[in-house]
Design a protein around this ligand. Structure first.
Ligand code: SF4
Length: 496
């Protein structure tokens, strides 16, 4: 989970918001820094401050391409430009087509009849092309190519007189995945779609309220995690919330919540030190490893074979520990080893689109501890395989060090289909599992391993918390999409 992960799905973003702290921009900076893994292409912060001369609120904006540390490198940006006690922020990852367009960096802001409003989004709206076309037909001019912008237009065009009602009306038209933070002249607003695909948590720091995609953003600023924004809920945080010590909770509309939390957040995307959908990612990830060990063990062929299990740093670290623990608990005899060393200093690689460039980057990212793997039966545990490029290269690197056997174990099912709810996967024909028609043995042959084992969808669901009636989206594995996708959008993605 970093700027250097080569062949993994990428999330479209992280959001953060704060209301009621004089250092709102600094808190947002730290909140975005802790969520850097969710988007590394650009970052933005918007703050609101009352201007006593003009007697009105002013919005202050700073955004740019780059990592959080680079975008706010000059201290004066946070201390002098981004003044005010309320803020929202965003880290962005985008698909290639819009990567060079600075106007696509969020948060977006407009001044309309209801005042200033800013918005930042994690997710993907599945009916945005239809709504955008409708708005364009009626004369709306768009400044970005991003789905999020339609929300501002829908709010601005609403005939409701109350701003919260304008926002509710706009959100009720949206389909797909959204975890939004919005900033108005008087409030911080957080909202989550009825399926709750992407996470969104509420925290408190003293009297101030904070909102973030992941709770790691609260830890870094010593804020306390209070609860998640519920699927289909709008949370309004304003001065009355500070006075009462409580947020105002509304429903987007009359539709009931129908949770389909993204299970990929547990497999790979979220940090293991986060609470996602109300549960510890670390705990779920360990269980993924344990269930994989139970269903896909590696047995030594000869009595003297030494079996070692190695992680692919850093994203499979936790699951690998679970795999080793469960293997040994159920009669196996395997040893956890650090066989792959990752360089943290190779810089950005995900924007390298060509296959040959990606392959070279694998060697610059990983090296093998040769003495550890030589003559051993090596079990590699990884969280997922997308194109297979990185996995194949890793297997080749490990084979060069002279192991007796190489086995691959993956703590997710084969990825067969694209995600339409906020993860950026390559086109289906680029997915190795799709290319191989779901034939696991064929995937193993492609990677050059002695055996390969994936977690089943049932074991995946068994690893995730279910005690409060949680339900999960598994569409990229099963093809069962909880929300229909606009035909126009699917066509574009297939052609991408
Ligand atoms: S399709 Fe996959 S990545 Fe997308 S929301 Fe569903 S589980 Fe998550």
């Amino acid at each position: 989970m970093s700027t250097t992960d080569l062949d993994k799905p990428r999330c479209h973003c992280a959001v953060f918001g704060v209301f009621g702290n004089p250092h709102a921009a600094q808190l947002t900076y730290y909140g975005l820094l802790a969520q850097q893994h969710r988007g590394q292409e650009g970052s933005g912060i918007v703050t609101a401050q009352f201007d006593p001369v003009a007697q009105k609120q002013r919005f202050h904006v700073h955004k740019d391409f780059g990592l959080v540390n680079d975008v706010y490198r000059d201290d004066r940006i946070l201390s002098e430009t981004l003044v005010g006690s309320m803020a929202i922020g965003h880290n962005r990852y985008s698909t290639a087509g819009s990567a060079n367009n600075k106007t696509n960096i969020q948060p977006f802001t407009v001044l309309y009849k209801g005042g200033n409003i800013g918005i930042a989004h994690n997710g993907n709206l599945t009916n945005f092309k239809k709504i955008r076309q409708e708005l364009q037909d009626e004369g709306t001019i768009f400044q970005t190519t991003c789905d999020t912008e339609i929300v501002l237009h829908l709010i601005a065009r609403s005939r409701k007189t109350n701003q919260i009602e304008q926002i509710r009306e706009a959100l009720s038209r949206l389909q797909g995945a959204f975890s939004f933070v919005l900033l108005t002249d008087t409030a911080l607003i957080a909202a989550r779609d009825h399926h709750g695909f992407r996470p969104l948590a509420i925290g408190k720091k003293g009297n101030a309220f904070v909102v973030a995609s992941e709770t790691v953003a609260f830890d870094i600023i010593d804020a306390e995690y209070v609860r998640d924004v519920q699927p289909g809920e709008i949370v309004v945080i304003d001065q009355s919330s500070i006075d009462r010590g409580a947020v105002t909770s509304l429903r987007i509309d009359d539709r009931p919540a129908t949770p389909h939390y993204c299970i990929f957040e547990y497999i790979y995307f979220s940090r293991p030190d986060s609470q996602i959908f109300g549960h510890s990612v670390d705990k779920v990830r360990r269980k993924l490893g344990k269930n994989l060990a139970k269903s896909r063990p590696v047995h030594p062929r000869a009595p003297n074979d030494k079996v070692i299990v190695i992680n692919v740093p850093d994203s499979s670290n936790t699951a690998t520990m679970g795999y080793v623990q469960a293997t040994n608990k159920f009669g196996g005899n395997v040893k956890l080893e650090i066989g792959l060393i990752r360089s943290h200093y190779i810089g950005r690689t995900f924007i390298q689109p060509r296959q040959d460039v990606r392959e070279n980057k694998v060697k610059t990212k990983f090296n093998v501890v040769k003495g550890v793997v030589k003559d051993k039966v090596v079990v590699i545990v990884d969280d997922s395989i997308v194109r297979g490029t990185t996995s194949k290269q890793l297997v080749q690197l490990i084979r060069q060090a002279g192991p007796k056997e190489v086995h691959f174990r993956i703590t997710s099912p084969p990825i067969m289909y694209p995600c339409h709810y906020g993860m950026d996967f390559p086109t289906p024909k680029e997915l190795i599992a799709n290319q191989c028609g779901g034939d696991i043995e064929k995937i193993g042959k492609e990677l050059g391993v002695d055996s390969i084992g994936y977690l089943s969808i049932d074991d995946l669901l068994d690893s995730a918390p279910q005690e409060n009636g949680e339900r999960y989206c598994t569409a990229c594995f099963s093809g069962a999409y909880p929300v229909p996708i606009d035909a126009a959008q699917t066509k574009d993605e297939n052609e991408a």
